[in-house]
Design a protein around this ligand. Structure first.
Ligand code: ATP
Ligand code: MG
Length: 257
């Protein structure tokens, strides 16, 4: 049975999408059948997997139709050109779900219901969440077995994370008893920056050892370039530091599954 992992952090721009794309691509490369679910109306995972803007506008069905219960999930999934990776894309339309879901009785459980139908078809399902703790993001947390939290080591990074941990605890108590935090992964690290090192030290001190992944993802220009080529970094430039980091991160995730 497949493991569902949600990449979450309500702070924007911390590399959720980059991690979702490259973790799913790297898992695919190791032979795991993997589905990437785009749960963000920005649709960055969709673009990053090579769907161009013009095509994106006309995409149907998408995560929106699935979460609204209007399409069977299997119909919204398409094969990407990358080994063992499928994609449930999203578009701007998904923003409407944030409001429309409110009238549902079980408004946080729509994604969970849908993914349970296809869970057995994959070894891993990676959900790219959005920078919010609204109802869409709660769907992402309610749907998964475990959460990965990308964190950029900056002075404000810890503030949001406490709130995220509290939210995970609440979801675990109410609708998703088996929910676990798999770990925090440091992203865009730059050892030359004093502030980076300081924050990292503080966090490592405050968290239990196994709460933080050993692999750190370094700041690497190739990672930033890859999305505009519609390719995960592990394909765009496999020899780059960024690609190597995501490949070893995927191995660490597999060990923790
Ligand atoms: P949002 O909250 O808007 O969904 P996000 O958390 O998904 O953002 P990303 O879109 O993955 O964050 O990353 C933010 C920006 O940082 C992007 O331009 C991305 O290319 C860049 N980036 C991410 N990781 C790295 C890295 N290791 N090195 C260099 N640039 C990176
Ligand atoms: Mg994103």
């Amino acid at each position: 049975m497949g493991a569902i992992i949600t990449i979450a952090n309500q702070k924007g721009g911390v590399a959720k999408t980059t991690t979702a794309i490259n973790l799913s691509a790297a898992l695919g490369q190791t032979g795991k059948k993997t589905l990437a679910v785009d749960l963000d109306p920005q649709g960055n995972t969709t673009t990053g997997y090579g769907i161009k803007a013009a095509e994106k506008r006309a995409l149907k069905p998408t995560t929106y139709d699935v979460i609204m219960g209007e399409t069977r999930p299997v119909e919204a999934v398409r094969k990407t050109r990358f080994k063992n990776v499928w994609l449930m894309p999203s578009t701007q339309e998904l923003a409407e779900a944030e409001i429309r879901l409110l009238k549902f009785e079980h408004k946080t459980l729509q994604l969970r219901k849908a993914l349970l139908q296809i869970k057995d078809d994959y070894d891993a399902i990676i959900v790219d969440s959005l920078p919010s703790l609204g109802v869409l993001a709660l769907n992402g947390l309610a749907a998964c077995d475990s959460v990965i939290i990308p964190m950029q080591c900056e002075p404000y990074s810890l503030e949001g994370v406490a709130e995220l941990f509290a939210t995970v605890k609440r979801i675990k108590k109410s609708v998703n008893k088996s929910l676990q935090i798999m770990g925090v992964v440091f992203t865009m690290t730059d050892k030359r920056l004093m502030v980076n090192r300081e924050v990292m030290k503080t966090i490592r001190r405050e968290f239990p050892d196994d709460a933080i992944f050993k692999t750190e993802i370094p700041r690497n220009v190739k990672i930033a370039e890859a999305p505009s080529h519609g390719e995960p970094i592990v394909y765009y430039d496999p020899g780059s530091k960024g690609a190597q980091a995501y490949a070893s991160f995927a191995k660490e995730v597999l060990k923790r599954l």
